[in-house]
Design a protein around this ligand. Structure first.
Ligand SMILES: C[S@@+](CC[C@H](N)C(=O)[O-])C[C@H]1O[C@@H](n2cnc3c(N)ncnc32)[C@H](O)[C@@H]1O
Length: 250
């Protein structure tokens, strides 16, 4: 069985990461256990109640049509982009891993994954999944990515389904670009009718979701060449729900 952190460890993590968030210093790196799943640092309560409340239903919701079809088509595009992007020696940062749908696949293909997730409920499920799959090269940080200062840049940064929830995607993507050594693989909600319905549904629940055009997405990362694929139920009649993107530093 993988090692679990003790209560004393978790308390130390909580104190340490809170200090990191306040001081802006980089987190110290953890020793990786050879057989252990991701270790968890906690930084207090999640500030994303929507996703927290829905965390336990998240996997189920994604199986409901047409979300299942949208996700399946996004997944095909993402795997193409990740195939072109990942190298076995890479150190990867995943922002907003949720329940870890991509995390396990990423960890199998690279040297190390750091996963930053702000919802504690998502982290619980992520850690369970990492343990179940016996992943030993992943560190999990509970906290808001935008408040964490990292000491080093990562070879690749992955963020799937995360840009959607930022009121200022340009500022967020600039922060992501600054800690990326080579490439960013990400999705963004498109501006077609499917994405607009998604936005409307969320607005009815009081959640702000942004829609992005291909030009906007490219403009966020001026130091990168950005390859963009329309995906998520794209048809000759309408634009897909999602833009799957791979940005490579020039
Ligand atoms: C729609 S889910 C996507 C989860 C996963 N990437 C997937 O593809 O299934 C978005 C996730 O991003 C997390 N998230 C949003 N903003 C974040 C932030 N500032 N820092 C860390 N995680 C964040 C949310 O808590 C949520 O789990």
């Amino acid at each position: 069985m993988p090692d679990r952190p003790s209560d004393a460890d978790l308390l130390a993590d909580l104190t340490e990461t809170a200090a990191v968030a306040e001081s802006g210093e980089a987190p110290r790196s953890w020793e990786r256990k050879s057989s252990g799943a991701g270790r968890c640092r906690s930084r207090g309560k999640s500030n994303n109640p929507y996703l927290s409340n829905w965390a336990k239903h998240y996997e189920f919701i994604l199986k409901v049509p047409p979300l299942h079809q949208i996700r399946t088509s996004e997944e095909r595009s993402l795997q193409r982009l990740l195939d072109a992007s990942l190298r076995p020696t890479d150190r990867v940062l995943e922002i907003g891993p949720g329940t870890g749908r991509q995390t396990v696949k990423l960890a199998a293909r690279v040297a190390h994954v750091t996963a930053v997730e702000q919802s504690e409920e998502m982290v619980e499920q992520l850690l369970r999944r990492l343990e179940h799959e016996g992943v030993g090269n992943c560190e999990v940080i509970t906290g808001d990515f935008t408040k964490i200062r990292f000491a080093e840049r990562f070879d690749v940064v992955a963020l799937i389904g995360v840009v959607d929830y930022f009121a200022d995607p340009a500022a967020f993507m600039a922060q992501v670009g600054a800690i990326t050594e080579r490439e960013i693989v990400f999705t963004a909600p498109h501006c077609g009718c499917l994405a607009k319905s998604f936005r409307l549904c969320n607005r009815l629940r009081g959640i702000a979701v942004s829609n992005q055009s291909i030009e906007q997405v490219r403009g966020y990362l001026p130091q990168f060449d950005v390859e963009v694929e329309e995906t998520g139920l794209r048809s000759p009649l309408w634009k897909g729900m999602t833009l799957a993107c791979r940005a490579v530093r020039r």
